[in-house]
Design a protein around this ligand. Structure first.
Ligand code: PLP
Length: 466
């Protein structure tokens, strides 16, 4: 008998959803809450899940189009996950990573070292994606201090990137709308443009556009001075920025520029890792790069528990270590670094993905998924569709035919999401876009179901405009 869960169900059954909505409005400040509507929201109350579906408190079954937040790779309701988690809780629910180690965390570190490309073999565990990126950025500064280069500290990131919500990772994020009322480390982070081919001038070829964006990186390094630039950070496919798939060769060319000026390359695979693009990591297999640091989280545990990792190359570790490093402490870490229960969840999640050939499934079903995204192009307000692996974005515009199609309806994404939710599908709104990253176990039939609803949802939202 699980008294907490039972009493939660009892309350919902006795008092109904409205009571929970009221308490949600009264007590719960959500991530990215619009304070103008705080206290007056009408959120769906999630109470259960099975496979790719979520169940809400009113008995509706919803396809989880965004896969939680790009993370529910193996889907909901896996008893094996519950058993692994419960087993580790009873065995050893906590150890201090500062002065002890744990068998299960060691096994996961070894497994991750084997799954990452090249010589990325040292794993620093964190509590999620933001802390993985934060740790990577702190490590890069620490590395240059160790090497006697105290000025080599600037980080180059990209407009529209999202890297997290700690002070540093938020500073490296490039979405202008999120920047209005927060403070940031503007003295450390500089931005170049996003390589979004949809934003290129129509007369320019994709290759010319790519070369221009790579040149912007080189120009920025030269402007700041190579002796001052520590690292470039990039998501292989920009996720929250609207699933921006860069032109072919972009990352490889950026890495070459970084190597030319002794600038480290941080690949933020918080979304693209763990099968989202059909591989454990996209850096090498999809984009032909072996970065210096990879950050990951989300799909690492399929969202069953919070965990992240910052995985560092042998080369970097060797350059920071050795005799001369005696007494030099990498003073960065968390009470819950390498939490044993989260590590048990990650190991079980990886085991399930291997046993069920989930990476192969993603590679096999990707063309079908992307073809269904492409079919949406004929809806008049759809300006652009794009995607890779099992991530996709539909961007709606008021005037899709304009040369500069930037006249946006900021509520369009939310309106489409509301229409879709009423028909059984969640599609995460990002301003005028809706992004999708369903659980990786999704079948062809479920993809059909998803896109049938999405088409109707976009059409209904379009009718509201007229
Ligand atoms: N990096 C990327 C690419 C992300 O998309 C996110 C979250 O969406 C983060 C980092 C931050 O991860 P978390 O929310 O687990 O802290």
């Amino acid at each position: 008998m699980n008294t907490i869960i039972d009493s939660c169900f009892d309350k919902i059954n006795e008092q109904g959803t409205q009571v929970f909505r009221k308490k949600d409005n009264q007590f719960y400040l959500h991530p990215w809450e619009d304070l103008g509507s705080f206290g007056g929201n009408d959120r769906t109350v999630a109470v259960g899940g099975e496979g790719i579906y979520l169940f809400d408190s009113e008995g509706n079954k919803l396809i989880d189009g965004p896969g939680g937040m790009w993370c529910t790779q193996i889907g909901y309701g896996r008893e094996e996950m519950a058993d692994a988690i419960a087993g580790q809780v009873m065995r050893s629910p906590y150890y201090s990573p500062f002065n002890l180690t744990s068998d299960i965390s060691v096994l996961l570190a070894e497994k991750l070292a084997r799954l990452t490309p090249g010589d990325l073999n040292t794993v620093f565990f964190t509590t999620g994606g933001s802390t993985a990126v934060d740790s990577a950025l702190r490590l890069v500064a620490f590395y240059n201090n160790c090497k006697g280069r105290p000025n080599k500290k600037r980080i180059i990131s990209r407009k529209d990137a999202y890297h997290g919500s700690t002070y540093l990772s938020a500073s490296a994020s490039g979405k202008t709308r999120d920047k209005n009322y927060q403070d940031f480390a503007t003295d450390i982070i500089s931005f170049i443009d996003s390589p979004n081919p949809f934003r290129k001038p129509r007369a320019m070829s994709v290759e010319e556009f790519r070369d221009l964006k790579v040149k912007e990186l080189e120009d920025k390094i030269l402007e700041l001075g190579p002796d001052n630039v520590a690292a470039f950070i990039a998501e292989p496919v920009m996720a929250s920025g609207g699933v921006v798939v860069p032109p072919v060769g972009y990352h490889r060319m950026c890495l070459d520029v970084c190597r030319k000026y002794d600038v480290l390359y941080i690949s933020d695979e918080v979304v693209t890792g763990f099968g989202r693009l059909g591989h454990w990591f996209a850096s090498e297999e999809v984009f032909d790069i072996i970065p210096d640091i990879i950050t990951c989280a989300k799909g690492l545990t399929s969202g069953y528990l919070p965990l992240g990792a910052c995985i560092v190359s042998d080369k970097l570790m060797a350059e920071m270590g050795g005799e001369q490093a005696k007494g030099v402490i990498f003073s960065n870490g968390y009470t819950y670094s390498g939490h044993p229960v989260a590590c048990a969840a990650a190991l079980k999640n990886i085991e399930i993905m291997e046993r069920e050939n989930i990476l192969e499934h993603v590679r096999e079903i990707e063309p079908y998924f992307l073809s269904k995204v492409k079919e949406l192009e004929d809806i008049p307000i759809v300006g652009n569709v794009r995607g890779q692996g099992l991530m996709a974005c539909v961007e709606c515009l008021l005037n899709p035919e304009e040369e500069s199609p930037l006249e946006l309806d900021y509520e369009m994404g939310s309106r489409i999401d509301s229409q879709c939710q009423a028909m059984g599908l969640i599609v995460r709104p990002v301003i005028n876009m809706n992004v999708m990253s369903p659980p990786l176990i999704i079948t062809r039939e479920q993809i059909d179901e998803m896109f049938k609803i999405l088409r109707r949802g976009i059409e209904k939202a379009m009718d509201e405009l007229i």
